[in-house]
Design a protein around this ligand. Structure first.
Ligand SMILES: [Zn+2]
Length: 375
């Protein structure tokens, strides 16, 4: 899944850490339920200020625990040469964006199990803290809750449905047994769908049984897992299809270029509406200087189309991420997704000149053709 709208919080071990906006909702809910009801019910007689201070501290430590869980996966991934793009906290916890699929069942197993191991270790640590600070009620309250929540986090993640950690462990085992990554992903993905539906049914049942909010939350988690399982299996299928193919094989080589002084008005009427093209290299004296897409046109108000030239609206080539003809198609596709763009200019490795453009449409057509031909 891709989480793009996140607030950067700096780096840990060189990995960018970010907060998705949805995280604030869960952070507020957890803090509020701890300070407003859970702690007052469990430990009566404190001042309101103390409930909120301990509620806030517990909530922050809970999310720090989630980051440590994701760091557990990340450290093992990095140690096995797999890049980790980012760690993002969002409404359902945390996610480490691992750069690519692990190369062997052993690596997959270790990367997947590392997160739950960290959670269980944290449960043990907070359990010990609770024991040592048993006489100080606020410390005991904080430690007991964090012991319970980290233990639950470890257990929940061990549910053997892909893409949960347990599902990845399960996939690694099936992969080792069947020697087929594809087969293993299908089976673990199927288990993912099964557990996701189990959560949805259980949640709905709870809602009708009177636990509306709790049930809604469980059903919501099930719905999220359902989407994640589908997306992960699709992603794997795509990676399998694209691996081994290069950008040069399918890029569009014949790109009609535009002169820099063409206005947007002319562009829309003479080129976009008549050809349906969505991107145009802008060239001066045979040399490409930038790329103009439909997106650039939409950003300029309509009444300024007659007076704005394509040179003013385009993104200069130097500012664009570029691909080379020999690059892996899968990596190029990942880059387009990460940057949220629909095309990448492809420049010649030797002279830096534009050799073609790779559009998302090229990739989709290619995938459809591969699927039809059945290779
Ligand atoms: Zn995990």
């Amino acid at each position: 899944m891709s989480l793009t709208r996140s607030i950067p919080l700096g780096r840990i071990l060189g990995i960018p850490l970010g907060l998705d906006y949805s995280w604030f909702l869960i952070f507020a809910l957890v803090t509020w339920s701890l300070a407003g009801s859970y702690f007052p019910a469990q430990y009566p007689g404190w001042s309101t200020g103390l409930y909120w201070a301990i509620g806030l501290a517990t909530s922050l430590l809970f999310f720090a625990s989630v980051v440590l869980h994701e760091l557990g996966h990340s450290v093992i991934a990095l140690r096995n040469g797999i890049p980790v793009r980012s760690i993002t906290l969002f409404i359902f916890g945390g996610v480490a964006q691992i750069g690519r699929e692990p190369g062997s069942p052993g690596v997959e197993f270790r990367v997947a199990i590392a997160g739950p191991i960290v959670s269980f270790a944290l449960a043990g640590l907070f359990g010990a803290l609770g024991g040592l600070g048993a006489s100080i009620a606020p410390i005991a309250a904080l430690a007991t809750y964090l012991t319970y929540i980290n233990g639950s986090l470890g257990l929940f993640n061990l549910i053997p449905g892909f893409p949960l950690d347990g599902g990845r462990v399960f996939r690694a085992i099936v992969w080792r047994v069947t020697h087929s990554f594809r087969r293993a992903t299908e089976i673990a993905g199927g288990a993912g769908h099964f557990f996701a539906w189990l959560f949805i049914f259980w949640g709905v049942w709870q809602m009708f049984a009177g636990n509306f909010v709790g049930g809604l939350w469980i059903a919501f988690i099930g719905w999220f897992l359902q989407n994640a399982a589908t997306a992960s299996v699709q992603q794997m299928t795509l990676e399998r299809l694209l691996t081994g193919h290069t950008v040069g094989e399918i890029m569009t080589r014949e790109c009609p270029t535009l002169a820099p002084d063409v206005t947007l008005e002319q562009l829309v009427h003479d080129h976009i509406l008549t050809t349906g093209r969505r991107f145009f290299p802008v060239a001066r004296a045979g040399r490409v200087e930038g790329l103009l897409t439909l997106h650039h046109v939409k950003e300029i108000p309509r009444d300024r189309w007659a007076t704005t030239t394509v040179e003013q609206a385009m993104t200069p080539l130097a500012q664009l991420r570029r691909a080379h003809p020999g690059d892996s198609l899968w990596n190029a596709m990942q880059e387009m997704t990460a940057d949220g763009v629909n095309q990448l200019p492809v420049t010649d490795t030797a002279n830096g000149e534009l050799a073609g453009v790779l559009a998302r449409d090229n990739v989709l057509t290619f995938v459809r053709t591969l699927a039809e031909v059945g290779v």
